[in-house]
Design a protein around this ligand. Structure first.
Ligand code: DUC
Ligand code: ZN
Ligand code: ZN
Length: 481
């Protein structure tokens, strides 16, 4: 008798964002065809023996092969970066196609598709970074790109080469409302950062630890509030990315309590690092320079609380891997650069799930269902990939992570698969690690060994996110925009 399934994962403890159930998973044609007890045979079988199985992670914020203006280079391309993702249980990534000012948005998208060609080992979509919302981009390019499946974009309130003026932010949000797109906002006050950086430099305070002093809480709080106000004015949802502080979390909670559609993302670095990591000896603080900066244990506690009480919608990596020793990484401007010359970002695409599982579920701060929601289901929903991605359900892609929930691991860069030469979490002990990762039913990691062939990852068009559907009446008369 012919096998009914290509693959059966037998006797799994399947966790979704809704519940946990013990069953077999039947896979056919790369998709989940059945969930049930005693399923018929598969051409191949995996004996899970009751092991936990979660949906493949969806990393809604990571940077691969993104061009940077000052000659700095991200260590990961679409091959090493997606291998690293797969080895950490992430089977869908959404990096960025970044427009530089003066460039056509279409050209930027074509460029990033070229960069990815033949490389990804897991499936991928793109967010757009809009840095030049000129009439051509707003009037023609973005509406057409949204219809083509690029339904989310990131905009910046800081970084000279990317930042938008407030009126440009309003233009982009108005477009997002009309065309049903999700806008991700990097919320930091640019002028305050510049002003404080100049003062710190004049005072000779340029070591990595002063990176945090150049962006204290009010910098993030004010910009977060401004972004919320813009969202309210136009009645359009936004997602505040990489929230690092108690103050910004409070702003978001306040907005949500007023019924505003404010979504929020945080990242493991804001749960596990603090500003004291920026003061690691021997210049190693540079390893933890990212923006917004890691803050204090009290901020970490507020963010954990926000994860537990639903303030946060997603946990992403913001994987931005710069090498520590290499010439185009953290020290491209010399051995003791002022903090303002240290490229911002930490690697983390591979450690995102194990860190949140161990520190979150393992320590009782969030439930297993919240873990699945934050790392897979919610990002898939928010960015128009659900239910194909982000859940374990009949018809969904067979993107699955088998866990050894008892395995104790001391994180070391040597065991990771990214191309960066460090992890900020070196020496951290965690409990629980993925042992087998399937992407559309194919094994892309087994016992720490990456297995997917380069280029097997498929490009995903995103639907208009349900969360971006038009709703109530904006404060401003919609006839005006
Ligand atoms: N901050 C960003 O905004 N992007 C990349 C990395 C970082 O630290
Ligand atoms: Zn950012
Ligand atoms: Zn980022």
């Amino acid at each position: 008798m012919a096998a009914r399934f290509d693959l059966v994962v037998r006797d799994a403890t399947v966790a979704t964002a809704a519940d946990t159930m013990r069953c077999d998973i039947g896979i056919r044609g790369g998709r989940i065809a059945a969930l049930g007890e005693d399923l018929a045979g598969g051409a191949e079988e995996v004996r899970a023996g009751g092991a936990l199985v979660t949906p493949g992670g969806v990393d809604g914020h990571c940077h691969f092969e993104q061009e940077l203006p000052d000659g700095a280079q991200l260590a990961d391309d679409f091959l090493s970066g997606t291998r690293s993702a797969a080895c950490g249980g992430t089977t869908t990534i959404i990096p960025f196609a970044c427009q530089f000012k003066g460039q056509s948005m279409r050209a930027a998208v074509a460029d990033y598709h070229r960069r990815a060609e033949g490389k990804p080992v897991v499936d991928y979509a793109f967010h757009l970074i809009v840095s030049d919302p000129n009439p051509q981009v707003l009037g023609q390019e973005l509406p057409a790109l949204i219809r083509d499946g690029y339904t989310s974009f990131k905009i910046y309130m800081t970084y000279d080469i990317l930042k938008l003026a407030d009126r440009e932010i309003l233009d982009v949000l108005a477009l997002a409302r009309r065309e049903r797109a999700m806008t991700m906002i990097h919320a930091e006050n640019s002028d305050v950062i510049t002003w404080l950086t100049e003062k710190l430099e004049l005072a000779g305070r340029t070591a990595p630890k002063y990176h945090a002093a150049s962006r204290p809480q009010p910098v993030e709080r004010e910009a977060t509030h401004r972004a919320i106000a813009f969202s309210e004015l136009l009645d359009v949802p936004i997602l505040v990315v990489h929230v690092s502080s108690r103050d910004a979390t409070e702003q978001i909670r306040w907005a949500q309590s007023r019924g505003l559609r404010i979504y929020a993302e945080t990242c493991p670095q804001y749960l596990l690092l603090t500003e004291s990591d920026l003061d690691r000896p021997g210049g190693e603080g540079a390893k933890c320079v990212c923006s917004p900066p890691p803050r204090t244990p009290a901020d970490q506690a507020a963010i954990w609380e926000g994860l537990a009480n639903g303030t946060f919608t997603i946990v992403s990596s913001d994987h931005s891997p710069f090498s520590y020793a290499g010439p185009k990484g953290k020290f491209l401007h010399g051995p003791n650069p002022p903090f303002a010359k240290i490229p911002n970002g930490v690697p983390g695409v591979e450690t995102r799930l194990p860190l949140l599982f161990s520190e979150g579920v393992g320590k009782g701060r969030i439930t297993l269902q919240q873990f699945v929601a934050l790392t897979a289901t919610n990002p898939a929903r928010l960015y128009g990939l659900y239910p194909r991605k982000g859940t374990i359900a009949i018809g969904a892609d067979a993107d699955l992570v088998l866990w050894d929930t008892e395995r104790e691991v001391t994180i070391a860069n040597a065991m990771l698969h990214h191309a960066a030469d460090y992890t900020p979490y070196e020496g951290l002990r965690v409990r629980g690690w993925p042992t087998l990762v399937l992407s559309r039913g194919e094994t892309v990691m087994r016992n720490g060994e990456p297995l997917g062939a380069p280029g097997r990852g498929r490009y995903l068009r995103c639907d208009p996110p349900a969360a971006a559907a038009p709703r109530g009446r904006p404060v401003v008369d919609p006839a005006l925009f």
